[in-house]
Design a protein. Structure first.
Lengths: 250, 250
DNA sequence: CGATTCGTTGACATGCTTCAAACTTCGTGG
DNA sequence: CCACGAAGTTTGAAGCATGTCAACGAATCG
């Protein structure tokens, strides 16, 4: 029970995973291991550093505690394709080849702290159900990205992107109407399959319409209803973000 | 050992999963269960039938034995977005929400036979490693689709699509230069984020260039090198399809 | 055999990319 | 601390690839 107390004190510092039904560490690891693992897994990383690169051996996945991460692919001719951005509470790093190599690269966009979970624990503890749940989130993200790329114009993609960010911030207890973009216009364009200029122009136009206020990385959404209307159709998701808005006040 | 003999005779009828390192059933299920499961999982389905729809309870995933399957999303306004096509040997149906609901719909494109694997066996047997391997394939497909949608023009998408099909057919022992499309132009366009007319025009132009020969659903690739050149950049995949070209002659 | 779906082709409109240039911010070394 | 260069952002003009609209032919199905 003494161990339990220590675990509790460690976990209490981290409210990130509450919307997931509790700390992943507590779910995945034995009580005795939690203290050691979690204490060494809080790593502060600096902007621009790579967490891992495609092709490297994949021995762990991560949960964002603070900051943000960019996930991307590198094509044969060296160009990059952004796959997504990960905010506090997001799980990433589970996309590995069957030979346990990273399928994508991950780079730190700003000062970031992470929880690190070795794959070994997953395989050993055989958390089949947990794994399904987590990969489901990754796939849902992929599906939404595909939908945007294939069916939406520039306005729809930018609006969806901002709405998604706002939605994710709100579900984690941050403001949904005002936030700082941690990624560059270049990254946004690369993510949405648009030229940098188109991103810039669209944001400017949104501002002129009174939908939002933009100043470099600062974004304030003034008319969320209109933004959503522009964002248009979404996947008939069962995992609606509005379900996880309420935070448990434990 | 008598059971082993029976299993062997059943599995021998199905060479589909050889490139995966053997029958999934043998990997996932206990020997005693294999015979019963596999014998009842070979289901013949007819064109146009739905295997499952998004939102339904997800209790199993599938392996294509013959025929082909279209996976798609339905948006809020009722339009569909094709996520991919599954050929013999492909695993699909693992994209479920955390509440075990289907994230996508699956419809049968032609007479098709499938192996069905209940999720319950995965969770019970806790095949963490196996699950990772299979979800890795799904994610690899998603990444490639995203890459196509975000960075390639119509020519590149169509060429990539055909090259991918050829590659998958070859890896399964079929001809890579001549095959029948099981999906409509509408489906291809929906998959690649293009209008039907663009698909049709592009195929016609490819034919005029002597790259391929098309007649409705019949496709023959005449100049695979040029096709690949048009397809252009691909993900630096560690799972290169050329690795699985050789079939074991067991 | 008629009706419907599927595929092809043409003309036109337009949204996005590309190219170019100016401005701002940031980082780094003098 | 300032200066300089590099990188990020914005804006404009022009070209083009793709979508849209429309019509027709071909195949499929009942």
């Amino acid at each position: 029970m003494q161990t339990q107390a220590n675990i509790h004190s460690i976990v209490q510092q981290c409210n990130i995973c509450e919307s997931r039904g509790g700390c992943l560490g507590l779910q995945l690891l034995d009580s005795e291991e939690v203290q050691h693992q979690l204490s060494q897994s809080k790593r502060i990383n600096r902007k621009g550093e790579h967490l891992f690169r495609a092709g490297e051996e994949s021995d762990a996945f991560f949960v964002v505690r603070s900051g943000s991460i960019k996930s991307y692919l590198v094509t044969e001719d060296g160009e990059e394709q952004v796959l997504g951005f990960y905010l506090p509470g997001d799980v990433f790093g589970l996309d590995t080849t069957e030979s346990q190599q990273r399928m994508s690269s991950a780079i730190i966009l700003e000062t970031t702290s992470l929880c690190r979970f070795p794959h070994a624990y997953l395989a050993d503890k055989a958390q089949g159900a947990n794994l399904l749940k987590i990969t489901a989130e990754q796939m849902q993200r992929d599906h939404n990205l595909v939908l945007m790329l294939a069916r939406k114009d520039a306005d729809g993609r930018i609006a969806s992107f901002l709405d998604d960010l706002a939605c994710r911030y709100r579900s984690r207890g941050y403001s949904a109407s005002a936030f700082l973009l941690s990624m560059s216009r270049q990254d946004i364009g690369c993510y949405l399959g648009l030229a940098v200029e188109t991103v810039s122009r669209t944001l400017t136009r949104f501002q002129e319409c009174g939908v939002l206020q933009v100043n470099r990385r600062e974004v304030e959404i003034l008319d969320h209803d209109t933004l959503r209307r522009i964002a248009g159709t979404r996947v008939n998701s069962v995992m609606d973000c509005s379900e996880t808005v309420e935070l448990k006040s434990v």
